[in-house]
Design a protein around this ligand. Structure first.
Ligand SMILES: [Zn+2]
Length: 261
């Protein structure tokens, strides 16, 4: 072991410290908050603190192993509730950076849009090392995205694939308007099937926000169907119950993320 590796290990909680706090890590902290957070004060108080040990500030392999796909989705929902209610857990990003420098054990992988107003890590009150996040306009899938999902689940152990779309999506509106621009043209073409598949009797144009949002919802479901169809690796993991694939729709106006699973 190099001196640098030894130093990184020194920054992580010891095995003993982890054992004393692992129940709290899995049940109340794990994915989404710092060990010494005020928001978890009540529950943390039930667990004796390990003296002179640094707090667990990032997801460990052991903590992730204790989580199920359903419990991870529940944690994401809790994180979004904290975000909406303005009681976000303060994070120490420098401590998280140090704790994750020598390894990562993210619990989920997100496929979300590039939209600057839909940053999943903030909307779910997450920290470094909690989730992988593949971002592409319109949260569509393609071979490179599928490769990323396969890496993050099969090889890196993420247990949830969450496809997250959002309201007022410019990519969806662009597809409805049949916009053409360089490489964007072929990306928007992947959203066309969602337009056709959306049942809507009103004004089916990009000017109609309600229709744009309806297509965005359809697009989430079609992306999930495409992932299952085009990635045998992901489909097999889902069939085995190793992972869960879920959809989510983020409303820019309310800050709420609505889950489809
Ligand atoms: Zn978007």
């Amino acid at each position: 072991m190099t001196e640098s590796e030894k130093r990184n290990l020194d920054r992580l909680p010891s095995r003993r410290a982890f054992v004393t706090t692992s129940a709290a890590a899995a049940a109340t902290i794990g994915l989404l908050s710092a060990c010494n957070s005020k928001a978890d004060e009540t529950k943390s108080a039930e667990i004796p603190p390990a003296p002179q040990e640094p707090p667990i500030v990032a997801l460990t392999k052991e903590a992730r192993d204790q989580m199920t796909p359903d419990s991870i989705i529940a944690k994401l929902k809790e994180g979004n509730t904290r975000f909406r209610e303005g009681r976000k857990i303060p994070r120490d990003f420098l401590a998280e950076q140090r704790a994750t420098a020598s390894g990562q054990f993210p619990a989920a992988v997100l496929l979300s849009c590039v939209d600057s107003r839909a940053p999943a890590e903030i909307l779910f009150n997450l920290g470094m090392g909690d989730v992988f996040n593949a971002r592409v306009a319109g949260n569509i899938e393609n071979p490179d995205i599928l490769g990323s999902l396969e890496f993050t689940t099969k090889l890196a152990g993420a247990k949830v694939v969450l496809v997250m779309g959002h309201s007022a999506c410019g990519a969806v509106a662009g597809a409805i308007a049949n916009a053409k621009l360089g490489n964007l043209t072929q990306l928007l073409a992947k959203i066309q099937p969602a337009i056709k598949a959306t049942k809507y009797d009103g004004n089916r144009t990009a000017d109609n926000a309600e229709f744009v949002d309806a297509v965005a919802r359809t697009n989430i479901n079609l992306t999930i169907a495409s992932i299952r169809k085009n990635s045998k690796v992901i489909a097999d993991l889902e069939k085995a119950g190793t992972i869960k694939i879920a959809g989510a729709y983020y409303d820019l106006k309310t800050g709420a993320v609505e889950f489809s699973a």
